[in-house]
Design a protein around this ligand. Structure first.
Ligand code: PLP
Length: 403
């Protein structure tokens, strides 16, 4: 028997379902259908002009070469200022590691911290790439199931019950993709107390949606778990430019954490991609040090759309949802539709549900199964008000036909 051409690693990898849905939507569009795409995890805004201008200037100033793997000093200093200003986190530039996107920072952390069999606790639903990044580093994802009634948040008891001698990391996104949930200061404090009581356990706090925070969960707005008592040396805070600054294509992320970790992730990254693009970094330093008005204007638009999606969903029977406090997604339990049918077609789970919406309503969404919760589906509101309105009407119509 001949050996397969591809490695077991790649053959065992799942392709992100978000990409699968985008491809199915593109195929329908190519057939001439007007597909409304609510599957996208990317701001529908362009990068603010002042940041683009800073990149153009950086190119003219000669920022075209390799960069130090940990990041240009100007950006690491700006990140330290940002962490202090926005998050009450004290870091020195040698505790910062810049990467080609928050996703790379997460991959670097897994490769730097996990030995085979080490466990990473993550609340489900989780961002699609977490489990793959953990297993690629030979780690074991340990999920804690949450549900709509609990605003998709875990309790300190649930966290404690998931901890074993093999637990290395607790990884979560706050605000959360896919649920839009935001932990309040008190909720974070209760989780932090558990973490602090287990030596050797670190938190990876993915705060990429920090600037898309609608308020309400906590009077202080966004709270970083790393700023809470005892968490300073136990937290790795991951962030990036893709969401809050609409800079997905610039490929720039970063982390702040213990110096030994920043050095270790740079060692990993040095063998994979080297340092992030020079002119992106110079422009990003400018973005962090500038007025955040453009980011807040985008946030206000997402908040308005959140309200629009909430009111659209409330008119559809059988959907249970939460009120997202951040990011640009709503995640709803639609399991009351499972077992229903139109003709021969039976909805058996979230993939059938989303496939049905694509086929019958020409609306692309993402099955909850991709995020570890088959009861639900995700709508992205990184789409125009008009498309959101029409999409919700189409979804309502298609679901009404199910019996
Ligand atoms: N973390 C979460 C929770 C995300 O939703 C995403 C992108 O969708 C990322 C990280 C990756 O961000 P970046 O573009 O910086 O790699």
């Amino acid at each position: 028997m001949s050996k397969p051409l591809l490695s077991k690693r790649v053959l065992g990898m799942v392709e992100a379902a978000t990409l699968g849905m985008a491809a199915a939507a593109a195929a329908k569009t190519a057939q001439g259908h007007r597909v409304l795409n609510l599957s996208i995890g990317e701001p529908d805004f362009d990068t603010p002009a002042h940041i683009k201008d800073a990149a153009k200037k950086a190119l003219d100033d000669g920022y075209t070469s390799y960069t130090p793997v940990q990041g240009l000093p100007v950006l690491r200093e700006a990140i330290c200022e940002k962490f202090k200003r926005d998050n009450d986190l004290d870091f020195e530039p040698n505790q910062i590691a810049v990467s080609c996107g928050a996703k790379q920072s997460l991959a670097n952390i897994m490769l730097a911290m996990l030995d085979p069999g080490d466990e990473v606790i993550l609340p489900a639903p989780y961002w699609v790439s977490y489990t793959s990044l953990i297993t690629q580093a030979a780690g074991v994802p340990v999920t804690i199931r949450t549900d709509v009634g609990a605003d998709f948040k875990i309790t300190p008891d649930e966290l404690e019950q998931a901890i074993t001698v093999k637990t290395r990391l607790f990884l979560f996104s706050n605000p959360c993709n896919p649920t839009g949930s935001v932990y309040s200061r008190d909720e974070l404090r209760a989780l932090a107390e558990i973490v602090v009581s287990y030596g050797g356990l670190f938190v990876v706090s993915d705060e990429i949606y920090e600037y898309i925070h609608f308020g309400g969960a906590d009077e202080d707005g966004h709270v970083s778990i790393g700023a809470l008592d005892g968490m300073r040396d136990r937290t790795i805070t991951v962030n990036g430019f893709s969401k809050g600054f609409a800079m997905t294509g610039w490929r720039l992320g970063y982390l702040g954490g213990p110096e030994w970790l920043a050095r270790a992730v740079a060692k990993v990254q040095g063998q994979f991609t080297s340092g992030a693009a020079a002119f992106s970094q110079v422009a990003a330093a400018h973005a962090l040090r500038s007025d955040l008005a453009a980011s807040y204007a985008m946030r206000d638009t997402y908040r308005r759309r959140r309200d629009q999606v909430m009111s659209g969903l409330s008119e559809i029977p059988g959907i249970e949802t939460t009120r997202p406090q951040g990011a640009f997604y709503s995640f709803s339990d639609v399991s009351s539709y499972y077992g229903k049918r139109v003709g021969e077609r039976v909805i058996k789970g979230s993939e059938d549900f989303c496939r049905y919406l694509l086929d019958e309503a020409n609306v692309a969404t993402v099955p909850g199964a991709a995020f570890g919760d088959d009861r639900c589906f995700r709508i992205s509101f990184a789409a125009s008000d008009a498309d959101l309105k029409e999409a919700l009407e189409r979804i309502k119509g298609a679901l009404a036909a199910l019996q």
